[in-house]
Design a protein around this ligand. Structure first.
Ligand SMILES: O=C(O)CCC(=O)C(=O)O
Ligand SMILES: [Fe+2]
Length: 376
């Protein structure tokens, strides 16, 4: 048991005396033996994940199966047909699952296993990597954006910046002993899968595939998310509704449900498919495609019995690159809808605003009177 100062607040809810304890993370909080969710994690009623009684059937009965893309078929004469499915998935859902992607189930098992062992280390070891530096090569933390969040969410994370690998590697956790080797191997394989999928997306968009080379030097972040069981899962979320900032996110999840996607105004649970990745469009691809593809809101719900783990790989252009609508996708019928942006603008935004839904992307939209039909 970890000692933590707790007092019983109004209504019998245990309150910690100092916010310092919350920044140690949810796992630490749970190990202190709580039986109720502290006020710091309780969302205002409209933001809680409960499902209205009349929607209960739709949302829990049949979970929507996202379109499934067979990556191996991209290398067969069927490529054209797979590209059509991919285009429809990107336009209609902004989310899809990929199977037959070439990464072995053993490779996926190993990275999940080492991630789980990292979160099982004593807090003293994990907290060596706690930092408020959002630009650093490694960051252990909690909530969504613990510097800005007024209500915390039920997640601990380890973020590994993966580019350039040889420069960041010495900063990554030295325990568990095999974490660096496993994470390097995973980072290389997932980057290659991202490039295969991105090449297909560029082909559908009819955009010069020269962009693909730029991704070789692109930003790459691997985020290991850990969601401990929560005594009152109706009051909080593992992650609030958000969109991801990059071009594409490739998410590996364990077999515990939790990811929900907002489709046509409803929260739909993504049914995990073993050994698959969930892929979603990020804000940078929405801008680059001039709105042809949209980043989609998603969130994570927690449960009272089982811990859940996921590993998100977020990919974009190099840190200093400007992301703008691709000139091929701007013309008289499709006027330019977004301002240029870059990574620094995104980091400045998240360090000065409480991130809400798609607010960063909204800030990059051109006001209607400035919408232009030229690319510049
Ligand atoms: O854990 C999940 O299923 C989703 C995580 C996520 O959305 C993220 O890391 O951006
Ligand atoms: Fe996300």
């Amino acid at each position: 048991m970890v000692a933590m100062d707790v007092v019983v607040g109004a209504g019998g809810r245990e309150e910690e005396t100092a916010d310092e304890n919350y920044v140690k993370g949810v796992r630490h909080l749970c190990e202190s033996g709580i039986s109720r969710v502290p006020a710091k994690y309780i969302l205002p009623v409209p933001d809680r994940p409960q499902v209205a009684p009349h929607e209960r059937k739709d949302n829990t009965g049949s979970n929507l199966r996202l379109p499934v893309i067979d990556v191996a078929r991209l290398r067969t004469p069927d490529r054209g047909r797979v590209l059509e499915c991919l285009d429809r998935a990107c336009r209609e859902y902004g989310f899809f699952q990929v199977v037959n992607h070439g990464m072995s189930s053993e490779a996926l098992r190993r990275i999940m296993d080492v991630g789980r062992r990292f979160f099982g280390l004593p807090l003293e070891e994990r907290s060596k990597y706690m930092t408020s530096d959002i630009r650093g090569p490694v960051r252990y933390g909690t909530s969504y954006n613990q510097i800005q969040d007024s209500v915390f969410c039920w997640r601990d994370f380890l973020k590994l910046s993966c580019h350039p690998l040889e420069e960041v590697l010495p900063f990554w956790p030295s325990a568990p002993m095999d974490l660096r080797d496993e994470a390097v191997s995973y980072a290389k394989q997932i980057k290659s899968l991202f490039c295969d999928i991105m090449a297909a997306v560029l082909e559908i968009l009819g955009v010069n595939s020269g962009y693909l080379e730029e991704f070789d030097d692109g930003t790459h972040l691997v985020v290991i998310n850990y969601y401990p069981p929560c005594p009152e899962p109706d009051l909080t979320l593992g992650m609030p509704p958000h969109s991801d900032y990059g071009f594409l996110t490739l998410l590996l999840q364990d077999d515990i449900k939790g990811l929900q996607v907002q489709l046509r105004g409803k929260w739909i649970t993504v049914e995990p498919i073993p050994n698959s990745f969930v892929v979603n469009i990020g804000d940078h691809l929405e801008i680059f495609s001039n709105g042809r593809y949209k980043s989609v809101l998603h969130r994570v719900v927690v449960n009272s019995t089982k811990p859940r783990m996921s590993i998100a790989s977020l990919h974009s252009l190099p840190f200093a690159s400007v992301v703008s609508p691709s000139p091929e996708l701007v013309d008289r019928e499709n006027p330019r809808l977004y301002k240029d942006t870059d990574f620094a603008a995104f980091l400045d935004y998240i360090s000065s605003h409480e991130p809400k839904r798609k607010s960063f992307l909204e800030s990059r939209k051109l006001p209607p009177h400035e919408v232009r039909s030229k690319s510049q």
